[in-house]
Ligand binder design. Structure first.
Ligand code: BTN
Length: 327
């Protein structure tokens, strides 16, 4: 938003109220262009007060993860460094990321963020309600590792989100297999990974992350898996958080874990996943297409599969894509 940036700089410079006349003059634009740009800045989350007599005042900076603010604070090597796309409304950041990734020219590390999604997608093709106030983002990766490591990507993303929430709030999220992020037994965030492969080569992997940050969890309940209750960070804390900050830390943690998988330390991510989980020794129901098996969650193996001991003492290995697991 280069055009609005100049107006923003002027508002920052004046700190207090500045008359509309002065502002328009200094920006070298007409009053109506100025009003239009002020409206755009407000849409992007800047709190600008206006008063007929005394003009405009920047009351608060935005806390939305808009690219020009996120880029200033993002401490990564490649993630979000090349390009961050931000949409006020989009059908699905995941869909947009796939479209972009199909073009071979879209490089690794592009981040797509939306304030709201009209057709957000969850795992197993479920609907993912994404009103304004949440963090809805997708990241384009082009990993060159072996096929096995790819299965670890959702685990890396789940650990990253868990750590980011812990670092930026007083909350203590826990992971539920395969990659739900829970707070007090309720789902607060989910991960969706889409992979495109040709033979053994990975074209791209898109990591989609949805975090119910400042949304009203009552408005979300209807769309989530029937056996899960949902929550939001705002509802757990009782106040809103800065989603620019949470987005920044999430992307930083994601890059950190992704690079570690690439550095041939795949088993470490499962270790960290397990340290952040509270599922072990709990009863589980593994719901397959034709049958349901009941047992106890014993372990997650290095390949990401869940080890369940049935009530008859038999060990079974559960792969995320095959079943749904109820804890
Ligand atoms: C789940 O079912 O738990 C995964 C939810 C993933 C939602 C995110 S929001 C950003 C990205 N865009 C989508 O349409 N889905 C993912």
């Amino acid at each position: 938003m280069p055009e609005e940036e100049q107006l923003l700089s002027l508002l920052r410079m004046y700190k207090g109220y500045v008359s509309a006349k002065t502002l328009a003059k200094e920006a070298g634009i007409s009053r109506s262009t100025m009003s239009k740009r002020i409206r755009i800045l407000r849409k992007y989350g800047y709190n600008i007060e206006s008063n007929r007599r005394i003009g405009y005042k920047l009351v608060a900076e935005t806390d939305l993860p808009v690219p020009w603010e996120l880029a200033k604070v993002l401490n990564t090597c490649f993630l979000g460094k090349n390009k961050i796309l931000y949409r006020l409304t989009v059908e699905s950041t995941q869909k947009l990321a796939i479209l972009l990734a199909e073009k071979k020219t879209s490089s690794e590390g592009i981040v797509i963020i939306a304030e709201q999604q009209t057709g957000g997608r969850g795992r197993e093709n479920r609907k993912w309600l994404s009103p304004s106030g949440g963090i809805w983002l997708s990241v384009i990766l082009r990993p060159t590792t072996s096929a096995l490591d790819i299965t670890l990507l959702p685990f890396a993303a789940a650990v990253a989100v868990c750590e980011a929430i812990r670092k930026t709030t007083d909350l203590n999220p826990k992971l539920r297999w395969p990659n739900d992020v829970m707070i007090n037994g309720k789902k607060v965030a989910g991960i969706l990974v889409d992979i495109s492969m040709e033979a053994d080569l990975i074209n791209y992997a898109i990591i989609g992350i949805g975090i119910n940050a400042n949304v009203d969890s009552l408005a979300l309940s209807s769309a989530v898996e029937s056996h899960l209750t949902v929550t939001s960070i705002r509802d757990e804390l009782g106040y809103k958080i800065n989603i620019l900050e949470l987005t920044k830390v999430t992307l930083e943690q994601l890059e950190y874990h992704y690079l570690r998988i690439k550095d041939d330390l795949p088993h470490r991510i499962i270790e960290q996943w397990k340290n952040n989980s509270d599922i072990f020794h709990h009863k589980v129901e593994v719901i397959g297409k034709h049958s349901t098996i009941k047992g106890i969650a014993e372990d997650v193996k290095d390949d990401g599969s869940l080890l369940v001991r049935t009530h008859e003492g038999k060990e079974i290995n559960v792969v995320a894509s095959d079943v749904r697991v109820r804890f």
